[in-house]
Structures are given as C-alpha cells and as structure tokens.
Ligand binder design. Sequence first.
Ligand SMILES: *Cc1c(COP(=O)(O)O)cnc(C)c1O
Length: 239
Amino acid sequence: MTDRRNELAGNLARVEERIASACAAEGRTREEVTLIVVTKTYPASDVRLLHELGVRHVAENRDQDAAPKAMACADLNLTWHFVGQLQTNKVRSVVRYADVVQSVDRVKLVTALSSAAVRDGREIGCLIQVALDAQEGGRGDRGGVAPDGIEELAATVDGAPGLRLDGLMTVAPLTGPYAERQRLAFERLVEFSSSLRVAHPAANMVSAGMSSDLEEAVAAGATHVRVGTAVLGVRPRLG
Ligand SMILES: *Cc1c(COP(=O)(O)O)cnc(C)c1O
C-alpha cells in the first residue's frame, strides 16, 4: 500500500469507528447512517483510493474543482453530492456529474436545476439546505433558507421535472442561538424533517454533521454525515 492509501485507510477506520459508536450509543444500526466523504481541495487520485477502500459517496463544494475530478473518476461507482453554494450559471455543469445537490436554497436555483436536468435527461436528488440562524424569510451567510421557507421550496422541487425531493441538509451555525450547540441544531433539523415528511414521505434524508460534530448529528437522527478533514486531513486552503 502507498503511504497515502495507508493514511486514508487509517483515517477512514477511525471515522467508521466513531460513527459505529455513535450509532450504538443511540441504539441505531450502523446501516441507518451513510458516510459521505467531502473530497474538496483533494485530488482525483484520493477519490480513487477512497473508492478502493470502500467509499461510495463523495461530496464537493466548488464546480470548478468538482467537474474535472468527477470526469477523471467517471469509471467509478460513486454517488456525487454537491454541497456548496451554487450559482445558477454553474448549474448546467453541476447536473452533468452530481447525483444529489444538497444546497438547494432558493426557487431560482430549483428552476435552473430543473431545466438543466431535463435537458440532460437526468434526475437530480435535492436536499433543501436549512439555515437555522437565518431571519424569517431570509437566507444564511453560508447559504440555506430560513426554516419558514422550507415548505415552499419543497413544493417547488416536488413539482419540478427532473428533480427529486430527497430531504434536508444543514451546517451547524457558528453564531447565534445555536453556536456551540450542534446537538440542538441538528435536533431542530430532524424536527423540520418530520414535518416535511408529512407531505413528502419519501424525502427522508437528513444530512448533518461534519468531522467535528458527527456524533451530535448521529445522536440527533441524521441519516447522512459529511466528513472531510477527519478522512483526508486538514485542507491546504479554505474550501
Ligand atoms: C467542507 C464541508 C464539510 C466537511 O467539513 P469537515 O469539517 O472537513 O469534515 C461538510 N459539509 C459542507 C457543506 C462542507 O462544505
């Protein structure tokens, strides 16, 4: 094994152990939680090694980096998640490789995703990104719609050709009432998910938790955790 492969294998094993313990602590089965490895800023060669090590879900947050990487890994059986703030002018590129867009936070983006998906004959899974600390009717600094906007967006995705409403996503707020209270934040997201599923029972994905707070997310009921640093190492630049 190469050094990098060894390093990734060790990191993955530690993350796997953390997820398994968190599941056990809550009486959840390990199968209830899917690990998505966030490969942003890391090369396609790492994605390839991760695939060899059994990873099947990867996430990226910038189309400029993600598009060539996904192209280079097109032969691999991977589900690609897009988790970054998404400008409508990048949508045509993103729908070519993304299976799931987790950062859906405005109607204009839904419209753009829908027409691009239809044009390419693709079906794109969509998660509504919720900004727990956003003002009513507003959006978060790092993307996301305020909780009172979830329903309208969900209905729009649901009625949009080429799109499938899969659930909700959040990033724990750094400031405001949820700062340092990830567990509470993720529990709120799970409550919003329960309400959403009354009208949209299939939209059962809850994407929450990163390297530093995946245990809180699993405890709150997340179905998907998005882990970058703990698997790949500290990123060379902000991404
Ligand atoms: C980078 C990123 C992650 C992973 O963060 P780590 O702290 O490196 O695990 C998860 N979600 C989103 C939206 C991200 O941009």
